[in-house]
Write a protein that binds this ligand. Structure first.
Ligand SMILES: *Cc1c(COP(=O)(O)O)cnc(C)c1O
Length: 404
């Protein structure tokens, strides 16, 4: 083809009754046996390109045609459809990584002179993108401190095009009021983007609280097995129309095999997150009074207003708990060395429990000043609780804490 091809229209999935709950949606959404040789499990379309009748534009009119996997692929669509339904959105797209999703959204909606409003407590990669890359294109970020974060109206201005919110946030699990940020963004005509990676749509649905777009690192809970890297952007078809051309040209397309793993992993999302919520709650409660633990962070454990907000906007608090252990980074090292079940590794959201030190992993690009400003102290350890038996986890954690 010589002309720049249009993005092929998305194939539609047969709708399920609107009364189905997430657990049911996850089993029946995105299946299309009649188009897949009767296969109950959607197959992996491991192809870069597709046959089309001699005229592509004619075929595209039929709404069921693909052109090239960097643009779209039926296996990607299954994963996107599952996420779309869970977030209660009009559309969703999957990406090769969470950062691919974040970068694409920012590039799609920002231009020179625009301002992003972002809270201090964000994922390290997002901070790098806003702090190091976007300024080269004339986009600035106004950083909002934890104290200022309770007054969204004062944080935004007519220059603000995008408000970027992560709640619960990395790595201190602060809870921010999505509805009041949505109102503030609305007032100045800015888009509110919520990174819903920590909560998952099982625990929190930002679009129902006024957010315009949701982004995910599907690497974490959505995939859920620490065996893939993926991202997603979720929102209205109108906003996704702005995202699609950048998605295509930036080249962060999810490989079909990873898309298959993502959809497969998501079938058990509701079960996994239920167990992880229970394990998180139990570990946070039991370690709160531990003599070797100076402080426990868990969504809603900060100021009382955060607990109230969490009650309003979350149906579960998640499986990530951060601890400040005694004796700083030496204490943290001793703790990690003694763990027998919990693996020492960055990332979170998998079925197996992990522990990591944010200052050395997700936030290692920050100066010590920036770390301090964000409350990321040397003894801070982030635990991602998996789906193991809670008694076993507590035993492993307590035995390792004894060495701190
Ligand atoms: C991991 C993560 C990202 C980046 O996702 P990748 O899949 O690693 O590219 C973005 N936001 C949050 C909150 C994350 O935890």
């Amino acid at each position: 083809m010589t002309e720049a091809p249009a993005v092929a229209p998305r194939r539609r999935f047969d709708p399920l009754p609107e009364w189905v709950h997430p657990a049911t949606w996850l089993q029946h959404g995105g299946r299309r046996p009649e188009r897949n040789a009767g296969a109950v499990v959607p197959p992996i379309y491991q192809t870069s390109t597709y046959h089309y009748p001699a005229s592509f534009s004619e075929a595209a009119g039929s709404g069921d045609v693909h052109l090239y996997t960097r643009m779209d692929n039926p296996t990607q669509e299954v994963a996107a459809e599952l996420i779309r339904g869970l977030e209660g959105a009009g559309g969703a797209r999957v990406f090769a990584s969470g950062m691919g999703a974040c970068s694409t959204v920012l590039l799609a909606f920002l231009r020179e002179g625009d301002e992003v409003v972002a809270l201090h407590d964000l994922y390290g990669g997002t901070i790098d993108l806003l702090r190091d890359t976007l300024p080269r294109f004339g986009v600035t970020t106004r950083w909002v401190s934890p104290d200022e974060s309770t007054d969204p109206t004062a944080a935004v201005s007519p220059k603000t095009r995008v408000v970027w919110l992560e709640t619960p946030s990395s790595p201190l699990l602060r809870v921010h009021d999505i509805r009041s940020w949505a109102e503030a963004a609305d007032r100045v005509g800015a888009l509110l983007v919520v990174d819903n990676t920590f909560a998952t749509p099982i625990n929190q649905r930002p679009l129902s609280l006024g957010a315009d777009l949701v982004v995910h690192s599907a690497t974490k809970y959505l995939g859920g097995h620490s065996d893939l890297v993926a991202g997603a952007v979720v929102g209205s078809p109108q906003l996704l129309e702005r995202v699609d051309p950048v998605h295509t040209t930036i080249g962060a397309a999810l490989d079909p095999f990873a898309a298959f793993l993502l959809a497969r992993g998501m079938r058990t999302l509701e079960l996994r997150v239920g167990r992880q919520n229970a394990n998180g709650l139990r570990v946070a409660a039991e370690l709160a009074g531990h003599p070797k633990v100076e402080r426990v962070y868990y969504p809603g454990s900060g100021p009382a207003s955060e607990d109230e907000t969490a009650r309003r906007q979350m149906s579960g608090r998640g499986g990530v708990v951060s601890l400040v252990v005694r004796n700083g980074s030496e204490g943290a090292q001793r703790f990690l060395r003694q763990l027998r079940l919990v693996h020492v590794a960055s990332s979170f959201g998998g079925v197996e429990s992990l522990a990591s030190v944010p200052a050395e992993t997700s936030h290692r690009h920050l100066s010590s000043e920036e770390l301090a400003r964000r409350g990321i102290v040397p003894g801070l350890v982030r635990l991602s609780l998996g789906v193991e038996d809670a008694d076993d986890l507590l035993r492993d954690l307590s035995e390792a804490l004894a060495a701190v």
